[in-house]
Write a protein that binds this ligand. Structure first.
Ligand code: TYD
Length: 213
């Protein structure tokens, strides 16, 4: 049996990651791999309820961080770990890097407290932390993201934040990448959709070759 693979997709709102996740899923399916597509916050019935709360209710910054990690814990235990154990490819629309970027970078919440929560929620029985093996970061200037979002839909709590919030979120992603460069692939999301798609395809296939996944 092939080993499970865990890939996350990150970026500020409007960076366009969701479209490309479907293509990556298709790549793996064509290679005969079972794929689990999921998202955070969310991915289980309870975590989706928590998502509704955190995306739409105003709340204290620590409460927000705790709810993100509470949703993540359920998602890990109920969905991600079992899928990895049966050899599936888990493609997750956001994971913990989003908490560091949004709650840490965007909201200015304590980075070390987030790191503590990360250890609590993601530690593995044999030691170490569960992390995505590859994180595809769709990096985009917040002003371009805002233009793309303006025509798109009714914004949630985060999407309605001003551009300087997203500049801080972007800086949060950059900091996370600097801390864990080995698993990040940065994509220039300002390119047109086909060029971004080609970059994503290249990054994922090179990564698969490199890790013999
Ligand atoms: P998003 O993933 O953009 O979903 P959709 O495309 O359906 O809007 O929305 C999730 C929002 O939640 C996004 O604004 C980022 C935010 N978020 C956090 O603030 N912290 C987190 O830990 C996660 C996972 C998401």
């Amino acid at each position: 049996m092939a080993r499970g693979l865990f890939i996350s997709f990150e970026g500020i709102d409007g960076a366009g990651k969701s479209t490309h996740m479907d293509r990556v899923a298709q790549m793996f399916r064509e290679a005969g791999r079972p794929v689990v597509l999921s998202r955070e916050p969310g991915g289980t019935p309870l975590s989706e309820k928590l998502r509704e709360l955190v995306l739409h209710e105003p709340m204290n910054a620590l409460t927000e961080a705790l709810l993100m990690f509470a949703a993540r814990r359920e998602h890990l235990v109920q969905v991600i770990e079992p899928a990895l154990a049966r050899g599936a490819v888990v493609l997750c629309d956001r994971f913990t890097d989003a908490t560091f970027a949004y709650q840490g970078g965007g909201r200015g919440f304590d980075w070390q407290v987030l790191a503590q929560l990360e250890r609590m929620v993601q530690s593995l029985p044999g030691g170490g932390l569960r992390q995505p093996e590859l994180t595809v970061w769709f990096d985009l200037d917040p002003h371009i993201a805002a233009q793309r979002l303006a025509s798109a839909r009714v914004p949630d709590k985060f999407e309605s934040q001003p551009a300087d919030f997203f500049a801080a979120v972007r800086a949060g992603y950059a900091r996370r990448m600097a801390e864990m460069p080995g698993r990040f692939a940065r994509i220039d999301a300002a390119q047109n959709i086909d060029a971004v798609g080609a970059d994503v395809g290249r990054v994922v296939s090179e990564w698969m070759k490199r890790t013999a996944a």
